[in-house]
Design a protein around this ligand. Structure first.
Ligand SMILES: CC(C)(COP(=O)(O)OP(=O)(O)OC[C@H]1O[C@@H](n2cnc3c(N)ncnc32)[C@H](O)[C@@H]1OP(=O)(O)O)[C@@H](O)C(=O)NCCC(=O)NCCS
Length: 150
């Protein structure tokens, strides 16, 4: 099928295309430097629909605990279930690495991401005040967690 989803690890050669999607999707995008550091330390994945790069995600797994650091779907490709497919893929990779639980922070105003995380099974467990820079000030992060074991 030409529009089937596939995934592969991100490399430094992918960063131009990744940054194009990142800057189109986010008001406060990750920089090239953050992605370069992430490639050294974390699991960074790309998602393709057919031959088209449509998203990326970054997870950190340490001592049985995963952290979702970035999940992004190209704006033109959003609203088709690709975000959920990418989240499912990343959580399966975390399970492969023996993570029993995953944590994430999400901007309070980011309702589409919040609903996506809830749909997967994340629950809100806390709030970090003024965690994110925002236009004209700071914004709270909501902390969410999801068990990855039965
Ligand atoms: C958050 C994000 C990854 C979600 O990606 P997405 O591909 O739009 O996610 P989905 O398509 O799975 O779900 C989005 C919506 O589309 C709906 N949807 C899913 N499949 C659908 C379909 N086939 N037809 C119609 N609607 C559909 C979902 O129900 C959901 O609706 P809701 O927002 O009202 O709950 C994306 O919006 C994004 O990249 N945002 C910018 C970056 C960001 O904020 N990342 C998270 C913080 S790190």
């Amino acid at each position: 099928m030409s529009d089937a989803l596939s995934f592969r690890p991100m490399t430094a050669a992918d960063l131009d295309a990744v940054l194009k999607i990142e800057f189109a999707a986010f008001s406060h995008p990750w920089t090239r430097g953050i992605f370069e550091d992430s490639l050294k330390s974390y699991e960074c994945w790309l998602m393709f629909q057919g031959s088209q790069q449509v998203g990326h995600g970054v997870i950190q797994v340490i001592a049985g605990e995963a952290h979702l650091l970035n999940i992004t779907v190209k704006p033109e490709s959003q609203g088709q279930g690709l975000g959920l497919a990418l989240l499912e893929y990343l959580m399966d990779r975390a399970r492969d690495r023996q993570a029993a639980e995953c944590f994430l922070e999400v901007r309070e105003s980011n309702t589409s991401a919040y609903r996506l995380y809830e749909r997967y099974g994340f629950n809100e467990i806390g709030r970090r005040r003024g965690y994110y820079p925002a236009v004209g000030g700071r914004e709270d992060a909501l902390v969410m967690a999801c068990s990855l074991v039965e």
